[in-house]
Design a binder for this molecule. Structure first.
Ligand code: SF4
Length: 234
């Protein structure tokens, strides 16, 4: 087993691109469905659900959004809502005061600057309260079909373990991944890294023996002989 950094120093950009495309192909077979798991009926609801998902699971967000969207279905309604009422509904998610404030301020700005609609550029999105680059990439990629890479904690960890990114900063990782795959694959690849991180390459105990890319991963705990005897899937 080679350390991820050693592989990265040895590989040139073309070689790393080839390995990344092989990883992307295996993960696409393993996880063909890349629908966003946050329940929503329109772009505004996706934005709200994504803001709420910070440091929280999608299932917990999906448990509170039906009431939130039923009571406050538009930016105008959230902008006018008593913040205490927003907080009451989203309380189970944690950080409910900060998230409640972000929702209200974000909705107000949507009303003041965008006529209540969600904008479709990175610049406009990241000017909204509570919207960082990760949330903006979710909206651009899933709602507007703009090539986007969503770097969350799983994508960050896997990119580094797989030796396809060396930086720690999510924005820099996004730039590193952009160079390795065609734009039309960015969203699917980052989505699948997130799923793979949740199910297999977990932070504490990665299940390398079950991993479909263990022979392409410099951090694998499976010996190269064992990995090579598994079904070749790329
Ligand atoms: S081989 Fe192990 S460390 Fe590498 S991606 Fe798979 S689970 Fe993660």
């Amino acid at each position: 087993m080679l350390a991820a950094w050693a592989v990265m120093r040895r590989e040139n950009l073309n070689e790393k691109g080839r390995r990344t495309r092989a990883i992307a192909s295996r993960l696409a077979h393993a996880y063909p469905d890349i629908r966003v798991p946050l329940r929503h009926r329109n772009i505004f609801e996706l934005l709200v659900a994504t803001i709420l998902s910070a440091q929280c699971t999608d299932n917990r967000v999906n448990a509170v959004t039906p009431e939130l969207f039923q009571r406050f279905p538009t930016a105008a309604k959230i902008a006018a809502a008593p913040v205490e009422e927003l907080e009451r509904i989203i309380r189970p998610l944690g950080l409910f005061r900060a998230k409640g404030r972000s929702l209200k301020h974000c909705a107000k700005q949507l009303m003041e600057r965008h006529g209540g609609k969600v904008p479709s550029t990175m610049d406009e999105l990241t000017r909204l309260p509570g919207v960082g680059r990760k949330t903006a990439n979710v909206i651009l990629g899933y709602a507007f079909g703009v090539p986007a890479i969503v770097v969350d904690t799983h994508c960050r960890r896997l990119s580094r373990r797989l030796g396809i990114a060396k930086n720690e900063d999510p924005n820099k990782i996004e730039n590193e991944l952009r160079r390795l795959l065609p734009a039309e694959e960015w969203l699917g690849f980052s989505h699948r890294l997130i799923i793979h991180g949740r199910r297999i390459c977990q932070a504490q105990k990665p299940k390398c023996e079950e991993c479909v890319v263990n022979d392409l991963c410099p951090s694998s705990r499976v010996s190269s002989t064992e990995a090579a005897t598994q079904d070749p899937r790329s």
